[in-house]
Design a protein around this ligand. Structure first.
Ligand SMILES: NC(=O)c1ccc[n+]([C@@H]2O[C@H](COP(=O)([O-])OP(=O)(O)OC[C@H]3O[C@@H](n4cnc5c(N)ncnc54)[C@H](OP(=O)(O)O)[C@@H]3O)[C@@H](O)[C@H]2O)c1
Length: 315
């Protein structure tokens, strides 16, 4: 009897391992680079991919500024990370990407307090949120996932340039393929607003990488894979999430696995001399056709400048 149970368990474990190897996005960042003396900002660091990324970078001895909407959630994430590693320096700071005023306040604090910034990780994101206009009058997915990233990144650019070689990492999504950027719809209900905002990440990253050519600031964009996080909190009820959690555990990557491509883009020596590329499973992937539309990159930049009040030029 026990032999049958043991054989069943071994078989099931093997099947899970084969499934995960073939169908989930799992890969590992193999770089052993450490980041002592380096400063990293991770947005949305209190949970999911942002939290595990913060832990991985602290383990590599970085000073990690965990930019969180809710300070108490950020502090409790910091405590969790400290149970796993004593390395690095962890600091929680308040940043609400729904509000351009909050982004500006966060950036002035950083510029006042930090003498360098080596890596900026634009990770925070929202998906499946009911239609809402932010205080700046924008649809919430575009506001949080794109416009605030645009403002934040531009306000921190001089510090990143001063600290070069430095990196800006955008956590986008393969769902950008379903997106469209409609310039008349930023303050209206859209079809696929999450995908649209993830496409906007890509257009912004591509324009930015060209704009920063020769400055030593590299721009990397990625898809983390399908990761078991709280991202579905607005699209599924709590009951459904609890019900589906065994399936999610089985089918999706853990957030520790899901942060590997983010960490790869932030630290890997393989990316020291490249910029403006797209990664998945810790390796380069080709840009999709829709991502290659350079005229959209330029137009989105110009509109974003106007809607965030930033005046910068893009080539
Ligand atoms: N999970 C996936 O399968 C998957 C796949 C492709 C791409 N991604 C991308 O990965 C990134 C991280 O997502 P995740 O899966 O880790 O999701 P998550 O667990 O829901 O984490 C999202 C983070 O973003 C923060 N955030 C949301 N709205 C914010 C705001 N207004 N201001 C500041 N922070 C805000 C959240 O803070 P609160 O907890 O306070 O809300 C949270 O820390 C996102 O950009 C997402 O698009 C995820």
């Amino acid at each position: 009897m026990f032999r049958w149970i043991a054989a069943g368990c071994t078989g099931a474990t093997l099947l899970i391992m084969i499934y995960r190897k073939l169908f989930t996005h799992t890969a590992k960042c193999l770089s052993t680079r450490t980041l002592a003396g380096k400063v990293v900002i991770v947005t949305g660091a209190n949970t999911g991919i942002g939290k595990t990324t913060s832990q991985e970078l602290a383990e590599r001895h970085a000073k990690v500024i965990m930019a969180c909407r809710d300070i108490s959630k950020g502090q409790s994430a910091l405590k969790d990370i400290r149970k796993n590693t004593k390395n690095g320096i962890l600091v929680v700071k308040q940043l609400d990407l729904q509000s351009q005023a909050s982004v500006r306040q966060f950036c002035s604090q950083i510029l006042e307090e930090e003498s360098r910034l080596d890596v900026l990780i634009n990770n925070a994101g929202v998906m499946g949120h009911p239609f809402t206009l932010t205080e700046d009058g924008m649809e919430i997915h575009m506001a949080v996932n794109h416009f605030s990233n645009f403002l934040l990144t531009n306000l921190l650019l001089d510090l990143l340039k001063k600290s070069a070689p430095s990196r800006i990492v955008f956590v986008s999504s393969s769902l950008h393929k379903r997106g469209t950027v409609d310039f008349s719809m930023f303050d209206k209900k859209q079809k696929h607003p999450y995908s649209n905002s993830k496409l906007a990440n890509i257009y912004f990253a591509r324009a930015l990488s060209r704009n920063l050519d020769g400055t030593g600031v590299r721009v990397h964009t990625l898809h983390p894979g399908m990761v078991n996080t709280e991202l579905s909190r607005h699209s599924l009820s709590r009951f459904m999430r609890v019900l589906l959690s065994p399936l999610a555990w089985f089918l999706l990557q853990s957030s520790r696995e899901g942060c590997q491509t983010v960490v790869y883009c932030a630290v890997s020596e393989e990316l020291d001399h490249v910029t403006g590329r797209y990664y998945g499973k810790c390796k380069e992937e080709p840009w999709t056709e829709i991502a290659k539309e350079n005229s959209m990159c330029k137009k989105l930049w110009e509109v974003s400048e106007r809607l965030t009040g930033i005046a910068n030029n893009v080539s």
